[in-house]
Write a protein that binds this ligand. Structure first.
Ligand code: F6P
Length: 327
């Protein structure tokens, strides 16, 4: 391993995700282990531009592995999208003698990191953390598993009340552009139908799926709707169903940000620990402009540009499985 990099800045950016703290801790402790100096950069790229930095030690990250959110705070920075903002960020890093950067976040974070690298050749490694799991070049992102567990807990509760009244519930889950949370939780919670941005479904098609349940005398019906569903939001879909099929007693629950908070699962903590160590080791080995991933249990490094250009395909076989299992 080379000793070129001595001070390593770490930041979290974009939507927070459970497990980000475990990743921060892993980065900080790996730095200490390898005799590097970890530096906190607060509020994501906003803090990079404002020079909101703090030197950390091993104890700075005690007792955070189990906490949701991010102790470094986060932002969706508009200023970092400007050349001027990125120049100020670079100058701040130089002033603070930071010579390597680890960014923890999603596609927006890595788009920024990639441009930053192209402009200043500043060593940077990304760690994928978003509840959406919509990042290519890694099997899972930090936060996805915890969010899915939150969703199935909520659906289990809703099922109790839905079946007491023979109701048709539409449950909206997060995922602006992707249906990973919706598809995984639909199977795991045993719901009747699922609607995602990647697969169009009309109200008539939805009702055909639902009425299969009616034939087999189900006591309640649950439909999981991903936030980015093209047919509409859960509220809009319920309204369309009310108008065309007035016999149904429909209800809507939007799970919203509760999916993003809470104690990270064992899976997310382990993922975060492995990725945090890999990010520091990667920087020390001279890797840069790459995202760490874990694919088939192995640590990988993929250039930002390559992973940003890749599509992460959703497993649409879930629809077939759901049809079989909701007879
Ligand atoms: O990117 C993660 C995510 O939770 C999306 O699923 C959701 O659409 C979005 O963030 C919400 O972002 P914000 O909290 O900034 O409104």
């Amino acid at each position: 391993m080379t000793a070129k990099i001595q001070r390593i800045g770490v930041l979290t950016s974009g939507g927070d995700a459970p497990g980000m703290n475990a990743a921060i801790r892993a980065v900080v402790r790996s730095c200490i282990y390898y005799k590097k100096e970890p530096v906190a950069i607060y509020r994501g790229y906003e803090g990079l531009i404002a020079g909101d930095f703090e030197d950390l030690d091993a104890r700075s990250v005690s007792n955070i592995i189990q906490r949701g959110g991010t102790v470094l705070k986060s932002s969706r920075s508009k200023t970092f999208m400007t050349a001027e903002g990125r120049k100020t960020a670079y100058e701040n890093l130089k002033k603070a003698d930071i010579d390597g950067l680890i960014t923890i976040g999603g596609n927006g974070t890595f788009t920024g990191a990639s441009i930053f690298y192209q402009e200043f050749k500043f060593p940077v490694i990304g760690i994928p953390a978003t509840i959406d799991n919509d990042i290519a070049a890694t099997d899972f992102t930090i936060g996805f598993d915890t969010a899915c567990n939150k969703v199935i807990d909520a659906i289990d509760s809703i099922k109790d009340t839905a079946s007491s009244h023979n109701r048709l519930f539409f449950i909206e889950v997060m995922g602006r552009h992707s249906g990973f949370i919706a598809l995984r939780t639909a199977i795991a919670a045993g719901v009747e139908a699922v609607m995602v941005p990647e697969q169009e479904m009309s109200i008539e098609e939805l009702m055909q799926v639902i009425e299969r349940g009616g034939v087999s005398k189900k006591s309640s019906t649950i439909v999981v709707v991903a936030e980015g569903c093209k047919t509409g939001s859960a509220t809009q879909i319920a309204k369309m169903v009310d108008e065309k099929y007035p016999d149904y007693d429909t209800k809507v629950t939007v799970l919203g940000h509760l999916q993003r908070g809470g104690t990270p699962s064992c899976t997310d903590r382990e993922l975060a620990c492995r990725m945090g160590v890999a990010a520091v080791e990667g920087l020390m080995q001279g890797k840069t402009n790459d995202m760490v991933g874990i694919v088939w249990q192995n640590v990988t490094f993929t250039p930002f540009k390559e992973m940003l250009d890749m599509d992460k395909f959703i497993n649409l076989d879930v629809f077939r499985i759901n049809e079989i299992l909701s007879v």
